[in-house]
Design a protein around this ligand. Sequence first.
Ligand SMILES: NC(=O)c1ccc[n+]([C@@H]2O[C@H](COP(=O)([O-])OP(=O)(O)OC[C@H]3O[C@@H](n4cnc5c(N)ncnc54)[C@H](O)[C@@H]3O)[C@@H](O)[C@H]2O)c1
Length: 350
Amino acid sequence: MSPRIAVIGCGTHATNNIHPCLAYADCVLDAVCDLDRGLAERNARLHGGATVHTDWRAMLDERRPDGVIIVGPASIHYEIGRQVLARGIPIYVEKPTAPTLAQARELVAIARSHGTFLMTGYMKRFGAPYAHARELIRSRAFAPRMGWLKYGHWASNELSDMLLVMSVHAIDLAIALFGRPLGVDARSVTGRGRCSVALTFRYADDRLFQLTLDSAQPRIQERLELSGTMGDDNALLVVDNVQHLELHRQGDNGIDLLAPSLADIAPRLTLGDIQIWRPDYAIPNMGQTRHFFQGFVGAVREFVDSVRDRRDPWPSPEEGLWAMEIVDAVARTPNGSFELPAAVMRAAAS
Ligand SMILES: NC(=O)c1ccc[n+]([C@@H]2O[C@H](COP(=O)([O-])OP(=O)(O)OC[C@H]3O[C@@H](n4cnc5c(N)ncnc54)[C@H](O)[C@@H]3O)[C@@H](O)[C@H]2O)c1
C-alpha cells in the first residue's frame, strides 16, 4: 500500500523542491504542518488535500503517518526528528541532519534502537548526470583515477557554517561517486567575508578526489571532472552546472610529432567518441525538469520506497553521517591532514 506521508515545515525549500516531488512518488500526502498556519494551508491547497496542522505532536497522534519529512531549521531536524524516530516512524530530514555531528549520531542511534531509519536529503547523488557517472563507475565501464569538484556559492564568513550548510552537499557527492576516503588533506583560507577550502580525499589504489569549495562567488558554480580509463582508452567525464554532461573517450589524439608533413601532425579528433547530454526545454517532459536532474525526485522517491518496503534507504543512516564526519574533522583541522576511522555500518532495521 502507498505510504501515508506527513511533512513538517512548509517554508521555501519544502514548497519549491520537496512538495512537487511527492507527485512522482508512490505515496499519499496525508498531513502538512507549520507553525505558520497560512503556510501549511497554502501547501495543503497547492499539493492536494492534506490535513493542516500547526502542532506536530497532535498531528502524529491524530494521523499516524508511515513516514515524516522534516524541512526546517537544523534544530528541528534534531529536536522533532528524535521524537518522531522514538515513535518508530522513519524520517527524511533536509541537510544538515542536525546542528552537530554528535546530535546526528544520536538520531541514528535512536532510529536503530527503535527499528527504523532516517535519511538525509543529499539529493545530488540522485541528480541525473551524477547518477549516470556513478553507474558508469559501478558497472566498471569507467575507472576514474582522479575526481575534481568545484562548488562555489554566496558569501559565508564562518567556516563550520559554510561546510555544514553548503559544502556538505559536495562532500556527499564525492562519497557517492568514489566512496568513503581513507584520509583527507585540507587547506583553508577564511576571513573578510569569504571561506575558501581545498580538500583532497585519499583513497586506496591511488585514487584522489579534490574538492574546491569557495564562498563569495558571483554566482553558484558546480563543475565535476573525472578522469580515468574506459577499457584501454583514456576517458574524461565532465558535468557542468548539473545539467550538461560530456564524456570524452579517446585512445589516441592523432598527433604524430615525428610525422614528415604538416598535414600529418594535425590532430585527428575522433568526434564519435564524445557524448553529450543536456536537458532540452523545448517540449517539457519529466526527466528534463530540474527536480529530476537535480536529484530531488530521486531522493524523495528513495525515502518513500524505503518506507513502503521497510528497508534501509540509500544512503543508509550510517553512510549519511560520513559527509558530516568529514565536515566536523575539517572544521577542527582546517589546515592539515587526518585519517578517517573505519566506517561503522549496522545491519538494516528489520
Ligand atoms: N537541499 C537543498 O538544496 C536545500 C535548499 C534550500 C534549503 N535546504 C534546507 O531546507 C531547510 C529549510 O530551508 P528553508 O529555506 O525552506 O527555510 P524556511 O525558513 O523558509 O522554512 C522553514 C519552515 O519550518 C517551519 N518551522 C520551524 N519550526 C517548526 C516547528 N516546530 N513545527 C512546524 N514548523 C516549523 C517554519 O515556520 C518555516 O516555515 C533548511 O534546513 C535548509 O538547509 C536545502
